[in-house]
Design a protein around this ligand. Structure first.
Ligand SMILES: NC(=O)C1=CN([C@@H]2O[C@H](COP(=O)(O)OP(=O)(O)OC[C@H]3O[C@@H](n4cnc5c(N)ncnc54)[C@H](OP(=O)(O)O)[C@@H]3O)[C@@H](O)[C@H]2O)C=CC1
Ligand SMILES: O=C(O)C(=O)CO
Length: 312
Protein backbone atom coordinates (compact mmCIF):
# COMPACT_ATOMS: atom_id res chain seq x y z
CA UNK A 1 0.00 0.00 0.00
CA UNK A 2 1.37 3.43 -0.98
CA UNK A 3 0.62 6.53 1.10
CA UNK A 4 1.62 10.08 0.20
CA UNK A 5 1.90 12.77 2.87
CA UNK A 6 1.92 16.56 2.57
CA UNK A 7 1.74 19.14 5.35
CA UNK A 8 3.29 22.61 5.01
CA UNK A 9 4.47 22.83 8.65
CA UNK A 10 4.37 19.42 10.37
CA UNK A 11 7.49 17.35 11.08
CA UNK A 12 7.05 15.08 8.06
CA UNK A 13 9.73 12.60 9.12
CA UNK A 14 7.86 11.89 12.40
CA UNK A 15 4.64 11.15 10.53
CA UNK A 16 6.30 8.96 7.91
CA UNK A 17 8.00 6.88 10.58
CA UNK A 18 4.90 6.61 12.78
CA UNK A 19 2.60 5.67 9.89
CA UNK A 20 5.09 3.16 8.46
CA UNK A 21 5.33 1.46 11.85
CA UNK A 22 1.57 1.54 12.48
CA UNK A 23 0.27 0.29 9.12
CA UNK A 24 1.65 -3.13 8.18
CA UNK A 25 3.06 -3.17 4.65
CA UNK A 26 2.59 0.56 4.08
CA UNK A 27 5.13 2.49 2.02
CA UNK A 28 4.75 6.07 3.16
CA UNK A 29 6.48 8.96 1.39
CA UNK A 30 6.50 12.72 1.50
CA UNK A 31 4.83 14.09 -1.63
CA UNK A 32 7.02 16.52 -3.54
CA UNK A 33 6.29 18.47 -6.72
CA UNK A 34 6.63 16.27 -9.80
CA UNK A 35 5.77 13.04 -7.90
CA UNK A 36 3.14 11.30 -10.06
CA UNK A 37 3.90 7.79 -8.82
CA UNK A 38 1.13 5.49 -7.60
CA UNK A 39 -0.60 6.15 -4.27
CA UNK A 40 -3.56 4.51 -2.53
CA UNK A 41 -4.10 7.11 0.19
CA UNK A 42 -3.16 10.76 0.60
CA UNK A 43 -2.77 12.55 3.95
CA UNK A 44 -2.90 16.29 3.45
CA UNK A 45 -3.24 19.82 4.77
CA UNK A 46 -3.51 22.70 2.27
CA UNK A 47 -2.47 20.35 -0.56
CA UNK A 48 -1.30 21.69 -3.91
CA UNK A 49 -3.86 20.78 -6.62
CA UNK A 50 -1.34 18.68 -8.55
CA UNK A 51 -0.75 16.43 -5.56
CA UNK A 52 -4.26 14.98 -5.76
CA UNK A 53 -5.60 15.52 -9.26
CA UNK A 54 -5.63 12.61 -11.67
CA UNK A 55 -4.89 10.05 -8.98
CA UNK A 56 -6.97 6.95 -8.44
CA UNK A 57 -6.95 7.22 -4.66
CA UNK A 58 -8.93 5.04 -2.25
CA UNK A 59 -9.34 7.98 0.18
CA UNK A 60 -7.91 11.31 1.25
CA UNK A 61 -7.41 12.24 4.91
CA UNK A 62 -7.37 15.87 6.01
CA UNK A 63 -4.88 16.28 8.87
CA UNK A 64 -7.24 18.49 10.87
CA UNK A 65 -10.89 18.75 11.92
CA UNK A 66 -11.99 21.58 9.63
CA UNK A 67 -12.06 20.87 5.90
CA UNK A 68 -13.07 24.36 4.74
CA UNK A 69 -9.76 25.11 3.04
CA UNK A 70 -9.71 21.87 1.06
CA UNK A 71 -13.41 22.20 0.11
CA UNK A 72 -12.93 25.78 -1.07
CA UNK A 73 -9.97 24.69 -3.18
CA UNK A 74 -12.16 21.91 -4.59
CA UNK A 75 -14.75 24.47 -5.68
CA UNK A 76 -12.15 26.16 -7.86
CA UNK A 77 -10.56 22.83 -8.94
CA UNK A 78 -13.21 20.08 -8.90
CA UNK A 79 -10.82 17.84 -10.84
CA UNK A 80 -8.59 17.73 -7.75
CA UNK A 81 -10.77 15.15 -6.01
CA UNK A 82 -13.62 13.45 -7.93
CA UNK A 83 -16.81 12.80 -5.93
CA UNK A 84 -16.22 9.04 -5.70
CA UNK A 85 -13.00 9.48 -3.68
CA UNK A 86 -13.98 9.84 -0.02
CA UNK A 87 -12.53 12.65 2.05
CA UNK A 88 -12.03 11.99 5.76
CA UNK A 89 -11.21 14.46 8.52
CA UNK A 90 -9.86 14.05 12.05
CA UNK A 91 -12.60 13.41 14.54
CA UNK A 92 -11.41 14.50 17.96
CA UNK A 93 -8.03 12.66 18.02
CA UNK A 94 -7.07 14.64 21.13
CA UNK A 95 -8.63 17.93 20.04
CA UNK A 96 -11.73 17.37 22.19
CA UNK A 97 -9.74 17.48 25.41
CA UNK A 98 -7.88 20.62 24.30
CA UNK A 99 -11.18 22.35 23.51
CA UNK A 100 -12.51 21.29 26.90
CA UNK A 101 -9.52 22.80 28.69
CA UNK A 102 -9.77 26.03 26.71
CA UNK A 103 -13.51 26.52 27.08
CA UNK A 104 -13.84 25.51 30.74
CA UNK A 105 -10.92 27.65 31.88
CA UNK A 106 -12.26 30.71 30.06
CA UNK A 107 -15.87 30.30 31.22
CA UNK A 108 -14.61 30.03 34.81
CA UNK A 109 -12.32 33.03 34.27
CA UNK A 110 -15.31 35.16 33.26
CA UNK A 111 -17.65 33.66 35.88
CA UNK A 112 -15.21 34.43 38.71
CA UNK A 113 -14.73 37.93 37.27
CA UNK A 114 -10.97 37.53 36.88
CA UNK A 115 -11.18 39.92 33.89
CA UNK A 116 -12.64 42.62 36.17
CA UNK A 117 -10.07 41.92 38.90
CA UNK A 118 -7.26 42.17 36.35
CA UNK A 119 -8.59 45.61 35.31
CA UNK A 120 -8.79 46.67 38.99
CA UNK A 121 -5.27 45.45 39.60
CA UNK A 122 -4.04 47.69 36.82
CA UNK A 123 -5.48 50.64 38.76
CA UNK A 124 -4.01 49.35 42.09
CA UNK A 125 -7.61 49.30 43.30
CA UNK A 126 -8.82 46.88 46.04
CA UNK A 127 -12.52 46.09 45.72
CA UNK A 128 -14.37 42.80 46.23
CA UNK A 129 -17.05 42.62 43.51
CA UNK A 130 -20.50 41.02 43.65
CA UNK A 131 -20.51 37.33 42.68
CA UNK A 132 -22.10 36.26 39.42
CA UNK A 133 -24.86 33.68 39.81
CA UNK A 134 -24.75 30.39 37.92
CA UNK A 135 -28.39 30.68 36.85
CA UNK A 136 -27.53 33.97 35.07
CA UNK A 137 -24.59 32.37 33.29
CA UNK A 138 -26.16 30.30 30.51
CA UNK A 139 -23.53 28.88 28.18
CA UNK A 140 -24.61 28.38 24.56
CA UNK A 141 -22.68 26.29 22.08
CA UNK A 142 -22.97 27.18 18.42
CA UNK A 143 -22.22 23.78 16.90
CA UNK A 144 -22.72 20.55 18.82
CA UNK A 145 -20.72 18.02 16.84
CA UNK A 146 -17.59 16.14 17.86
CA UNK A 147 -15.92 19.11 19.60
CA UNK A 148 -19.05 20.98 20.73
CA UNK A 149 -20.37 17.87 22.47
CA UNK A 150 -17.03 17.35 24.26
CA UNK A 151 -17.10 20.94 25.50
CA UNK A 152 -20.69 20.49 26.73
CA UNK A 153 -19.63 17.34 28.57
CA UNK A 154 -16.78 19.17 30.33
CA UNK A 155 -18.94 22.16 31.30
CA UNK A 156 -21.82 20.05 32.65
CA UNK A 157 -20.31 19.34 36.11
CA UNK A 158 -19.90 23.10 36.72
CA UNK A 159 -23.66 23.59 36.88
CA UNK A 160 -24.12 26.40 34.36
CA UNK A 161 -27.34 26.19 32.34
CA UNK A 162 -26.19 24.65 29.04
CA UNK A 163 -27.66 24.82 25.56
CA UNK A 164 -26.53 23.99 22.07
CA UNK A 165 -27.50 24.87 18.53
CA UNK A 166 -27.00 22.56 15.58
CA UNK A 167 -28.63 21.56 12.31
CA UNK A 168 -30.15 18.42 13.81
CA UNK A 169 -31.53 18.01 17.33
CA UNK A 170 -29.30 16.51 20.02
CA UNK A 171 -29.99 14.58 23.17
CA UNK A 172 -26.98 15.36 25.33
CA UNK A 173 -27.60 14.95 29.07
CA UNK A 174 -28.25 18.30 30.77
CA UNK A 175 -28.03 20.29 27.52
CA UNK A 176 -31.04 22.05 25.99
CA UNK A 177 -30.94 21.47 22.24
CA UNK A 178 -32.00 23.99 19.60
CA UNK A 179 -32.01 23.00 15.94
CA UNK A 180 -32.10 24.85 12.66
CA UNK A 181 -32.25 28.50 11.65
CA UNK A 182 -35.77 28.93 13.01
CA UNK A 183 -34.64 28.07 16.56
CA UNK A 184 -31.55 30.29 16.54
CA UNK A 185 -33.32 33.32 18.11
CA UNK A 186 -34.63 31.17 20.99
CA UNK A 187 -31.13 29.75 21.50
CA UNK A 188 -29.59 33.23 21.64
CA UNK A 189 -32.17 34.74 23.97
CA UNK A 190 -30.70 34.46 27.45
CA UNK A 191 -27.33 33.04 26.34
CA UNK A 192 -24.64 34.78 28.39
CA UNK A 193 -21.55 32.97 27.09
CA UNK A 194 -21.52 32.07 23.40
CA UNK A 195 -18.95 29.48 22.31
CA UNK A 196 -18.54 28.92 18.58
CA UNK A 197 -17.65 25.46 17.31
CA UNK A 198 -19.38 25.51 13.92
CA UNK A 199 -17.71 24.46 10.68
CA UNK A 200 -17.07 27.14 8.07
CA UNK A 201 -19.77 26.70 5.42
CA UNK A 202 -21.85 28.93 3.16
CA UNK A 203 -24.55 28.95 5.89
CA UNK A 204 -22.29 29.79 8.82
CA UNK A 205 -19.88 32.38 7.41
CA UNK A 206 -20.44 35.76 9.10
CA UNK A 207 -22.99 34.25 11.49
CA UNK A 208 -21.66 36.11 14.56
CA UNK A 209 -22.65 39.58 13.43
CA UNK A 210 -24.43 42.65 14.79
CA UNK A 211 -27.86 41.03 14.52
CA UNK A 212 -26.80 37.87 16.39
CA UNK A 213 -24.84 39.71 19.09
CA UNK A 214 -27.82 41.95 19.77
CA UNK A 215 -29.93 38.92 20.64
CA UNK A 216 -27.59 37.71 23.41
CA UNK A 217 -28.11 38.59 27.06
CA UNK A 218 -26.71 41.97 28.08
CA UNK A 219 -23.10 41.92 29.31
CA UNK A 220 -22.43 38.66 27.54
CA UNK A 221 -19.20 37.01 26.36
CA UNK A 222 -18.12 35.50 23.06
CA UNK A 223 -15.55 32.77 22.53
CA UNK A 224 -14.64 31.99 18.92
CA UNK A 225 -12.85 28.65 18.65
CA UNK A 226 -13.87 27.65 15.14
CA UNK A 227 -12.98 29.90 12.20
CA UNK A 228 -12.29 33.63 11.92
CA UNK A 229 -14.78 34.09 9.08
CA UNK A 230 -17.65 33.19 11.41
CA UNK A 231 -17.20 36.47 13.26
CA UNK A 232 -17.66 39.97 11.87
CA UNK A 233 -14.82 41.55 13.81
CA UNK A 234 -16.05 45.14 13.35
CA UNK A 235 -19.46 44.15 14.79
CA UNK A 236 -17.79 42.48 17.77
CA UNK A 237 -15.79 45.63 18.52
CA UNK A 238 -18.93 47.78 18.28
CA UNK A 239 -20.81 45.45 20.63
CA UNK A 240 -17.93 45.60 23.13
CA UNK A 241 -17.75 49.37 22.96
CA UNK A 242 -21.52 49.80 23.32
CA UNK A 243 -21.46 47.67 26.49
CA UNK A 244 -23.66 44.93 25.01
CA UNK A 245 -20.72 42.54 25.24
CA UNK A 246 -18.50 42.29 28.29
CA UNK A 247 -15.62 40.38 26.75
CA UNK A 248 -14.36 38.18 23.96
CA UNK A 249 -11.86 35.35 23.77
CA UNK A 250 -10.65 34.76 20.24
CA UNK A 251 -8.51 31.96 18.84
CA UNK A 252 -9.24 32.46 15.14
CA UNK A 253 -9.35 35.56 12.93
CA UNK A 254 -10.53 36.82 9.56
CA UNK A 255 -6.85 36.97 8.58
CA UNK A 256 -4.15 34.77 10.08
CA UNK A 257 -1.64 35.74 11.28
CA UNK A 258 -3.69 38.68 12.54
CA UNK A 259 -2.19 41.85 11.00
CA UNK A 260 -0.51 44.22 13.48
CA UNK A 261 -2.91 47.01 12.49
CA UNK A 262 -5.98 45.04 13.69
CA UNK A 263 -7.80 46.93 16.47
CA UNK A 264 -8.40 43.59 18.22
CA UNK A 265 -4.81 43.58 19.54
CA UNK A 266 -5.25 46.71 21.62
CA UNK A 267 -8.80 46.21 22.86
CA UNK A 268 -8.71 45.78 26.65
CA UNK A 269 -11.62 43.35 26.71
CA UNK A 270 -10.47 41.08 23.89
CA UNK A 271 -8.27 38.16 24.93
CA UNK A 272 -6.49 36.33 22.17
CA UNK A 273 -4.59 33.17 21.28
CA UNK A 274 -3.00 32.44 17.87
CA UNK A 275 -5.16 29.54 16.54
CA UNK A 276 -3.99 27.01 19.10
CA UNK A 277 -7.28 26.10 20.79
CA UNK A 278 -6.84 22.52 19.62
CA UNK A 279 -3.99 21.28 17.52
CA UNK A 280 -3.54 17.96 15.75
CA UNK A 281 -1.98 15.43 18.11
CA UNK A 282 0.19 13.24 15.84
CA UNK A 283 0.04 9.98 17.81
CA UNK A 284 -3.76 10.08 18.16
CA UNK A 285 -4.19 11.11 14.52
CA UNK A 286 -1.96 8.25 13.33
CA UNK A 287 -4.08 5.83 15.42
CA UNK A 288 -7.30 7.12 13.87
CA UNK A 289 -5.94 7.04 10.30
CA UNK A 290 -4.52 3.55 10.82
CA UNK A 291 -7.85 2.29 12.17
CA UNK A 292 -9.80 3.94 9.36
CA UNK A 293 -7.54 2.63 6.61
CA UNK A 294 -7.91 -0.83 8.19
CA UNK A 295 -11.71 -0.57 7.97
CA UNK A 296 -11.64 0.76 4.40
CA UNK A 297 -9.32 -2.04 3.30
CA UNK A 298 -11.85 -4.54 4.67
CA UNK A 299 -14.71 -2.75 2.89
CA UNK A 300 -16.23 -1.74 6.22
CA UNK A 301 -17.83 1.66 6.98
CA UNK A 302 -15.72 4.21 8.85
CA UNK A 303 -16.67 7.42 10.61
CA UNK A 304 -15.22 10.83 9.84
CA UNK A 305 -16.18 11.05 6.16
CA UNK A 306 -16.93 14.59 5.03
CA UNK A 307 -20.27 15.23 3.35
CA UNK A 308 -19.17 17.50 0.53
CA UNK A 309 -22.67 18.77 -0.27
CA UNK A 310 -23.25 19.76 3.37
CA UNK A 311 -19.77 21.31 3.51
CA UNK A 312 -18.50 19.61 6.69
N1 LIG B 1 -9.38 26.75 16.67
C1 LIG B 1 -8.91 25.52 16.53
O1 LIG B 1 -7.79 25.25 16.95
C2 LIG B 1 -9.74 24.48 15.88
C3 LIG B 1 -10.92 24.79 15.25
N2 LIG B 1 -11.71 23.78 14.73
C4 LIG B 1 -12.98 24.14 14.09
O2 LIG B 1 -14.04 23.52 14.80
C5 LIG B 1 -15.03 23.13 13.86
C6 LIG B 1 -15.95 22.09 14.46
O3 LIG B 1 -15.31 20.85 14.54
P1 LIG B 1 -16.11 19.50 14.87
O4 LIG B 1 -16.87 19.63 16.14
O5 LIG B 1 -15.17 18.38 14.74
O6 LIG B 1 -17.17 19.50 13.67
P2 LIG B 1 -18.50 18.63 13.52
O7 LIG B 1 -18.75 18.50 12.05
O8 LIG B 1 -18.41 17.39 14.32
O9 LIG B 1 -19.63 19.55 14.18
C7 LIG B 1 -20.17 20.64 13.54
C8 LIG B 1 -21.44 21.08 14.27
O10 LIG B 1 -21.95 22.25 13.64
C9 LIG B 1 -23.32 22.07 13.33
N3 LIG B 1 -23.69 22.82 12.13
C10 LIG B 1 -23.12 22.81 10.91
N4 LIG B 1 -23.77 23.63 10.05
C11 LIG B 1 -24.78 24.16 10.75
C12 LIG B 1 -25.81 25.08 10.45
N5 LIG B 1 -25.93 25.61 9.21
N6 LIG B 1 -26.68 25.40 11.41
C13 LIG B 1 -26.59 24.86 12.65
N7 LIG B 1 -25.63 23.99 13.02
C14 LIG B 1 -24.74 23.66 12.08
C15 LIG B 1 -23.47 20.57 13.09
O11 LIG B 1 -24.82 20.20 13.19
P3 LIG B 1 -25.28 18.66 13.07
O12 LIG B 1 -24.68 17.96 14.28
O13 LIG B 1 -26.75 18.72 13.14
O14 LIG B 1 -24.71 18.16 11.79
C16 LIG B 1 -22.55 20.03 14.18
O15 LIG B 1 -23.25 19.96 15.39
C17 LIG B 1 -14.20 22.68 12.66
O16 LIG B 1 -14.95 22.72 11.48
C18 LIG B 1 -13.05 23.65 12.65
O17 LIG B 1 -13.33 24.73 11.80
C19 LIG B 1 -11.35 22.47 14.84
C20 LIG B 1 -10.19 22.11 15.45
C21 LIG B 1 -9.27 23.08 16.00
O1 LIG C 1 -8.05 21.03 12.80
C1 LIG C 1 -8.44 22.18 12.52
O2 LIG C 1 -9.44 22.41 11.82
C2 LIG C 1 -7.68 23.30 13.05
O3 LIG C 1 -8.11 24.41 12.99
C3 LIG C 1 -6.38 22.98 13.68
O4 LIG C 1 -5.81 24.05 14.30
Amino acid sequence: MDIIFYHPTFDTSYWIKALSEAIPGARVREWKRGDNEHADYALVWHPPVEMLQGRDLKAVFALGAGVDSILSKLKAHPEMLPEHIPLFRLEDTGMGQQMQEYAVSQVLHWFRRFDDYQALKQQSHWEPLADYQREDFTVGLLGAGVLGSKVAEALAPWGFPLRCWSRTRKEYPGVESFAGAEELPAFLKGTRVLINLLPNTAETVGIINHDLLNQLADQSYVMNLARGVHLVEADLLKALDSGKLKGAMLDVYSREPLPVESPLWAHPRVAMTPHIAAVTRPAEAVDYITRTIGLLEQGKPATGQVDRQRGY
